[in-house]
Write a protein that binds this ligand. Structure first.
Ligand SMILES: [Fe+2]
Length: 236
């Protein structure tokens, strides 16, 4: 069986009249300039009406995420970044349905990561199985989105909210440097994390339950469960 991991899409950008992210950035910037790495960005995010991922619905998970620490492969212990978000409105999601995919959207957000925290620790998303990413700022020149399997496990799908905090338990299976201003679909049900993002990483994230079957992929990467290796399929 082949399990989808990630692919760049051949799809148009979200028009600025539907979501002016530059204007949004102007609103965010002054608040974020006051961010102090020794504190958490939550109160600042709230000032501009942003939520922390799962802020309301999963209060326990939220507290855990805020204080989450991960052990990196070099045994360095660091605090994981997390996403603050604002929902995109019906005009933006309507445009996505008209111009990119008819698949049902679970959640459509404008997100930014905690500044000063350089990794988003390996996790499985809480609300969706696939995410269409559109990067507005990358968070650091060497940024990478990395997919993992747990050592000693053949299956790579995980249940909602699953995470692994010790990278010594993980084996990398694929990595991608998501391009700016380009739609990229990634699996959210396979353990994944983001590396080298000391600065704020901003993106649109559109969630789906199912893999998108009505889009054009460029260089889609899958995990082959039989050979336990990644395979690349060029366009189509
Ligand atoms: Fe994720």
């Amino acid at each position: 069986m082949k399990i989808f991991l990630h692919a760049e899409l051949d799809a148009p950008s979200l028009p600025t009249h539907l979501y002016d992210h530059e204007q949004e950035w102007e609103k965010l910037q002054p608040v974020l300039d006051r961010f102090d790495i020794s504190q958490d960005a939550t109160h600042l995010a709230r000032e501009v009406g942003y939520k922390l991922v799962n802020d309301q619905d999963y209060d326990k998970s939220y507290r855990k995420q805020k204080n989450r620490q991960v052990t990196l492969p070099n045994n360095e212990i660091t605090k994981s970044a997390h996403s603050h978000w604002n929902l995109l409105d019906d005009h933006a999601t309507g445009w996505i349905e008209q111009n990119i995919t008819k698949h049902k959207i679970t959640d459509a957000r404008h997100c930014f990561t905690t500044p000063g925290r350089k990794v988003i620790g390996a996790h499985r998303d809480l609300t969706r199985n696939f995410v269409l990413m559109y990067l507005l700022s990358n968070g650091g020149d060497d940024h990478a989105t990395v997919f993992y399997r747990e050592k000693g496990h053949d299956d790579i799908d995980r249940e909602y909210g699953y995470h692994v905090d010790d990278y010594n338990q993980l084996e990398e299976i694929s990595r991608i440097q998501i391009k700016l201003n380009t739609w990229t679909l990634i699996s959210a049900s396979v353990l994944h994390g983001v590396e080298n993002i000391p600065n704020i990483r901003r993106s649109f994230m559109i969630g789906f339950r199912d893999v998108l079957s009505d889009v054009k992929y460029k260089n889609a990467v899958y995990w082959d469960t039989e050979t336990q290796q990644t395979i690349v399929k060029h366009s189509g």
